[in-house]
Write a protein that binds this ligand. Structure first.
Ligand code: E4P
Length: 217
């Protein structure tokens, strides 16, 4: 499973890139607003840091507007994936932009039918939002499984990009189901390393080692 980081925070991206942990980045209008920076400037910096796909989202509501914005965003760098919402207009824009050879991430997906339409429109990535479904007491992970089944039934190339991930548990569940990519905030990716038995084990080994009086270097 590829890891994308869901942030526009340059320092956080740089830290994860240094680990070789990150295959791409997703942003959205809320994350750009949170960064307090100009979309072109911050997105360009991200694209220079990460060789993989960097999603930059359109904000127009009509297909023509999304296509114009998508072409503009794609000028930032060759690794831009234009993000459009899963609306009828978004699907139209997806078809046009993918026919032009651009990567398109269709976002705000909340049903298997929506994912099916996005695949038919040629989407590079489909972004089902797990956490926002869980917030409504629905099962976000079930949606990932449903889309996996539908895409596998028909050999669609569209990659399932599990999004709106809120916990390390979401990461492992998405991986077990076979999501192609998961995008998560930096804190969630870092939390994947945590296990109390690892901490306890390190502590015990150190204690026993100190008793030997030896040094390795
Ligand atoms: C993905 O592309 C979205 O930016 C993101 O995962 C949304 O997550 P949220 O529901 O936690 O805002």
């Amino acid at each position: 499973m590829k890891f994308f980081v869901d942030t526009a925070d340059i320092d956080a991206i740089r830290e994860l890139v240094a680990f070789g942990m990150i295959d791409g980045v997703t942003t959205n209008p809320s994350l750009i607003a949170k960064s307090g920076r100009d979309i072109r400037e911050v997105t360009k910096e991200i694209c220079d840091l990460v060789p993989g796909p960097v999603s930059a989202e359109t904000v127009a509501l009509d297909a023509e507007g999304m296509i114009t914005e998508g072409r503009e965003l794609a000028k930032i760098a060759p690794n831009i994936a234009v993000k459009v919402p899963l609306t009828w207009e978004g699907l139209k824009a997806c078809k046009v932009l993918t026919d032009e050879g651009r990567m398109v991430n269709v976002t705000l997906c909340f049903s298997a039918n929506q994912a099916l339409l996005a695949a038919k429109a040629g989407a590079t990535f489909i972004s089902p939002f797990i956490g926002r479904l869980d917030d409504l007491n629905l099962d976000g992970m079930e949606l990932i499984a449903d889309i996996r089944q539908v895409y596998d039934n028909y050999d669609f190339d569209t990659q399932i990009l599990a999004a709106s991930i809120r916990s390390a548990n979401h990461m492992s569940e998405a991986a077990k189901i076979g999501a192609d990519v998961a995008t998560a905030p930096p804190a969630v990716i870092k939390a994947m390393v945590n296990h109390p038995l690892t901490d306890k084990g390190v502590e015990q080994f150190l204690k026993d080692w100190e008793g030997t009086g030896q040094k390795i270097v």
